[in-house]
Design a protein around this ligand. Sequence first.
Ligand code: MN3
Length: 333
Amino acid sequence: MRGFQVITLFIIVLSVAQVLQAQSPYTLPELSYGYDALEPAIDARTMEIHHTKHHQGYVNNLNKAVEGTDAAAQTLEVLLGNISNYSVAVRNNGGGHYNHTLFWSVLTPEEETQPTDRLRKAVRAEFGSMESMIDQMNQAAATRFGSGWAWLSVDAGNRLFISSTPNQDNPLMDVVEERGTPILGIDVWEHAYYLQYQNKRGDYLKGIWDVINWDEVSKRYEASVPENIFEMWPELDQFHTVMSQTFHPSEEGDLDPIKNRSEEMKNAAKKLSDAGIPSELDAEEVRNAVADLVADSDKLHKMVQSEATDEELTKALSGLHDTFHLIVKTCHD
Ligand code: MN3
């Protein structure tokens, strides 16, 4: 073959390769650490085979399964959320690709990663303590019969829950019992631990907590649970309590609660203003609305003292209620 023919052939091969690649939406993600980085918790050989053979296999088979179908145009999360509409191959390999991508990201050789305060609080609220959450995860992982995963996820009500799924299913799928957004997943297929631990799944589960990337788990938690402004600003929550216990009766024509509690409401507004706006929520609009809240609740209290009519009180309380919601809305935006 002449030089230019070789080059032409080379270009053709390259173009074909590019076209093939363009038709394969899924690729194996690189790890951010070496195969031996998680030792002694997980050995290098297991990591390498797990990544380059098992995960690569799910990627290849997923690309084959979606090729030429409408599934190829969907994001993986959308596919998984409607997985009952797709083939078993898409379910197994789409799950396999998603689960392993998440798994690699929640592992790390770094020892300093920590759950954020928000995650810690949520774990405590749901499980009592981090230790108890880990025990329950291990329990879910240990009792999963055969191959599968243990998950820590966030449900539709923003609450944490632990579950386990068989095979490559996960909590995003519309076929599982407990649905949510997974923030931590532990692979309990034998391929994840057998070389090092043989049949001792319990020993693998003990070791794995040494290499969990709490920064990443926290990031996933915070991305799926919108910031609770009442948690960040407890004085706003206290004002909210007085507001809802006086405004809602007033809508029903009952003005007694506001007549009895106008001073408490005025003090709650003063207290929330004195506490200062949390820096994450600070904005001119919020500052102005807080100033209005203080001035208007003072005015309302004076109206109660000077025995204003129910109609006047209703109107003033309703205005105050609007101001309160303006603060909440502005903080959420
Ligand atoms: Mn695996």
